[in-house]
Design a protein around this ligand. Structure first.
Ligand SMILES: C[S@@+](CC[C@H](N)C(=O)[O-])C[C@H]1O[C@@H](n2cnc3c(N)ncnc32)[C@H](O)[C@@H]1O
Length: 229
């Protein structure tokens, strides 16, 4: 199997509304483990989000689009509070099964919703993030997602995803083995890598105002900065 070409036709098991609910719940809960090892949010917080919060110099609102079980948002909020920032946060996901796996945290709320709903409500946020959502979307949905997120953000948008690479595929296939049983982590993780973008592919479909940052191994960040605060 070659990873030279993005396989946008592959469907992930978790995107099937009729997938096994127990396996799905385990998958969403165990994302907290895989995200910690593969998603690089410590570095993304340090290099991108922390400086944006520091520049604000006032309480900040953070939004996580497609938050799943919410672990990435909790980590970002924890890091911000460690740095002394006053933050409140909202995680949204259109899938009620994802929101059902979130865990409470002070001043962090979760809702079943999509970006369209928040726009219709007139909501705005200082920082909008997502993790592992871009590769799930077809091209039309991806454009809408990026447009909505930059409209919802008065400051920074940072969408983090896998960078497709043979070594990422091999390392994940081996590394996921201990925690994969009874979940979709193995099947969907490997499909995710095959669906994911190279920096060049992502760059080619990003609208004006967005850039791709690639300083983390096996990651791509789609970043948009504005100053509508
Ligand atoms: C691979 S999961 C990632 C979940 C979480 N961000 C994480 O990293 O653990 C992808 C998530 O994106 C959500 N999703 C799918 N389409 C979406 C959309 N158009 N807008 C927001 N979230 C979406 C799914 O419901 C799912 O929870």
């Amino acid at each position: 199997m070659s990873l030279a070409v993005r396989d946008a036709q592959l469907r992930e098991m978790m995107d099937d509304p009729d997938c096994d609910p127990v396996r799905l719940r385990r998958t969403l809960e165990r994302f907290a483990i895989t995200n910690r090892f593969v998603a690089g949010w410590g570095r993304t917080y340090r290099d991108v989000i922390g400086p944006a919060l520091a520049a604000l110099d006032r309480p900040a609102r953070i939004l996580d689009l497609g938050c799943g079980g919410g672990d990435v948002l909790r980590r970002v909020v924890q890091a911000a509070r460690r740095d002394g920032f006053d933050v409140t946060a909202l995680g949204i996901d259109p899938d009620d099964r994802a929101i059902a796996t979130t865990r409470p945290m002070d001043a962090v709320t979760y809702r079943i919703a999509d970006s369209r709903q928040l726009l219709a409500e007139g909501s705005t946020f200082d920082v909008v993030i997502s993790n592992h959502v871009l590769h799930h979307l077809d091209e039309r949905a991806l454009r809408g997602f990026l447009e909505d997120s930059s409209s919802l953000a008065t400051g920074l948008c940072v969408h983090s995803d896998i960078r497709r690479a043979p070594l990422a595929y091999t390392a994940y296939a081996v590394g996921i083995t201990p925690i994969a049983p009874g979940s979709y982590l193995r099947t969907d993780g490997l499909r995710s890598i095959r669906r994911s973008f190279t920096p060049e592919e992502l760059s080619a479909i990003l609208p004006p105002g967005w850039t791709v940052e690639t300083s983390r191994p096996f990651r791509v960040l789609a970043v948009h900065r504005s100053s509508r605060a």
